[in-house]
Design a protein around this ligand. Sequence first.
Ligand code: GSN
Length: 223
Amino acid sequence: MATKPKLYYFRGRGRMESIRWLLAAAGVEFEEEFIETAEQYEKLQKDGRLLFGQVPMIEIDGMVLTQTRAILSYLAAKYDLYGKDLKETVRINMYADGTLDLMLMIALAAFKPPAEKEESLAVVVQKAQTRYFPVFEKILKDHGQDFLVGNKFSWADIQLLEAILMVEELNASVLSDFRLLQALKTRVSNLPTVKKFLQPGSPRKPPLDEKSLEQAKKIFRIK
Ligand code: GSN
């Protein structure tokens, strides 16, 4: 039997969370090794297993992979969540890259000084409402289908759900003007694998609290 993919990251969302979401949506069980200290992280770097000295890193199919987007696109292709042809795949890439940009803004805001953090998060909510969500609402309206690309569940849909839930943690009513996104959220949340991931006790990680933030700063030596 094939071994489970193994994920190496700190015990938080960060850049690894979309990888966890994609594996979970594909119904793939995985193991996690949590980096808890700067020394543990340095050892991984010294062992030469991190291509550019960075995580996320995952072991899968006899390979050691880094670079979040490369990992996500490998998983999307492997688990048939990447469209039926190159034209669908490039659309999935565009949509996924957009939601990754949005989520990275949220992740990076956590590391800002307290005085700037609130304002940064307000900008993220505003950008979600004026730049990102209208685009996805229009895509769904224009083609009238159940999923973003090819009327079939893909990486683009699962990552959009992840992004929607993150922005809703900042502003619970953020989807109120986006009727089709509300329907997509319900549809994707009810897929059996996704439903399972949304339940307590799954490998899904909570938003970064102060303690985890301090730990991440120590591990990655962020001033
Ligand atoms: O997307 C990627 O995986 C890379 N382009 C960036 C990975 C990255 O910045 N990783 C951070 C960990 S916290 N990020 O989510 C990292 O390893 N920082 C320490 C360093 O020396 O860069």
